[in-house]
Design a protein around this ligand. Structure first.
Ligand code: ADP
Length: 402
């Protein structure tokens, strides 16, 4: 029996098939440019890798049908029939206040996902389409939703409330929700295993640094604060997103530059962050690091601001939790950039945070500790695996039900 994990974006779908026995991926792949002229399909299994450029995939339904055909293909496939897939786990970005854990999908869950369309307009409609396509294609399987926001449902009100008129929380549910929850949950569990201590005894700061970036304070396994807020725009600077700014800047730009809501949205989400601050035409940290090493001042700006903001949040969260056992770095930048890790941790010896240069530069790919001998705070680099976390949570939920 197998679990299929589906992660649907606005024009893409990623999928991974796990066998229930050993929870290792049996096959995975990605379809990009769905609905555009030439979609591309990448598919990998123990039987090799296949790439189909220029495929004709009109919508998510076509995408999900193709996934099923690939998995059961006599040559490339890994299962004899799609009925072997007994559980489908779906990544859903926003579950609002209602969704506190993984759930079996029914009409009520779908209407909650729909009710959150305004809160996650780029993601939730696509996520729901993926669910409906999967219900149609895999009618015998249990469909499970795993929400990005759910891990943060434990935030206390002092962390999730904004100091706006309280009525805005009560009527419009304007509050911090937090995102990347599946990743923060996964790496904090792995951190506890690596440290050989129960999660309930640990105070961990998890830094998810990819194209999107967020930091979470995990106290005893519960998220108690996180940098992303009402939307994934708050907190750290990211590839193209600005992160925290004074909200009065928006008012200034509306008055002085006559910018519209749409223009502001584009400015803050797509033209800011590493791209805007650096001004060197890239949001890719690899390019920015390379430019910095060649002395580019824009690239240096990005790295200085980014590392400083991360350091500031780690400090804030250590104080908020009243202690710190471990700092975890994950996602594209967190897992692969010794430079950012070193900059973030520099000058924190008095707080027990000391990076070992050799360990920090060792090649990655698996979990590793990079603190200097004697450093009190354990500094971990942990490859994130949101798909595996979704599969585990889905399996945990349905155990006994199938
Ligand atoms: P997403 O949020 O889209 O899943 P990823 O987690 O893959 O993104 O992270 C993408 C980011 O990771 C990019 O900025 C990329 O440049 C950066 N990155 C990947 N490899 C390295 C590396 N070796 N050094 C520095 N940055 C890296």
């Amino acid at each position: 029996m197998y679990i299929l994990v589906i992660n649907v974006g606005s024009s893409s779908v990623k999928f991974t098939l796990y066998s229930r026995e050993h929870m290792r991926p049996t096959a995975n792949g990605q379809i990009d440019r769905i609905g555009l002229e030439a979609a591309t399909v990448h598919y990998r299994s123990g039987k090799g890798e296949r790439i189909f450029p220029g495929a004709d995939i009109a919508d998510i339904n076509d995408g999900v049908n193709l996934i099923s055909e690939l998995l059961t293909d006599p040559q490339a496939g890994v299962i004899a029939s799609e009925h072997e897939i007994t559980v489908v786990g779906h990544r859903v970005v926003h579950g609002g206040e209602k969704m506190k854990a993984a759930v079996l999908i029914d009409e009520e869950v779908k209407s909650t996902i729909r009710a959150c369309f305004d809160l996650a307009p780029l993601h939730n409609p696509a996520n729901l389409k993926g669910i409906e396509a999967s219900e149609e294609r895999f009618p015998r399987a249990l469909q499970v939703a795993v929400f990005d926001t759910a891990f943060h449902s434990t935030l206390p009100d002092n962390a999730y409330l904004y100091a706006l008129p309280h009525e805005l929380y009560e009527t419009d549910k304007i509050r911090r929700y937090g995102f990347h929850g599946t990743s923060h949950c996964y790496v904090s569990r792995r951190a506890a295993e690596t440290l050989g201590r129960p999660l309930r005894d640990l105070k961990i700061v998890t830094c998810h640094l990819g194209n999107g970036c967020s930091i979470t304070a995990v106290d005893g396994g519960r998220s108690v604060d996180t940098t992303m807020g009402f939307t994934p725009l708050e907190g750290l600077p990211m590839g193209t997103r600005c992160g925290d700014i004074d909200p009065a800047i928006l008012l200034y730009l509306m008055r002085q530059r006559d910018l519209s809501v749409d223009q502001l949205e584009t400015l803050l989400n797509q033209e800011s962050g590493f791209l805007g601050l650096g001004g060197i035409g890239t949001s890719d940290m690899r390019d920015i690091e390379a430019a910095m090493l060649e002395g580019d001042p824009g690239a240096r700006r990005v790295i200085d601001v980014f590392a400083y903001r991360i350091k500031k949040f780690i400090g804030a969260y250590a104080f908020a939790m009243g202690g710190l056992d471990s700092v975890v770095f994950t996602a594209g930048i967190g897992e692969n950039s010794p430079l950012i890790r070193e900059r973030v941790c520099a000058g924190l010896e008095d707080y027990g945070i000391v990076v070992d240069e050799d360990r920090n530069h060792r090649p990655g790919g698996s979990i590793r500790e990079i603190q200097h001998q004697g450093g009190r705070v354990r500094i971990l680099v942990i490859p994130t695996d949101e798909e595996k976390e979704i599969a585990s949570q889905a399996l945990e939920l349905v155990s006994g039900a199938t």
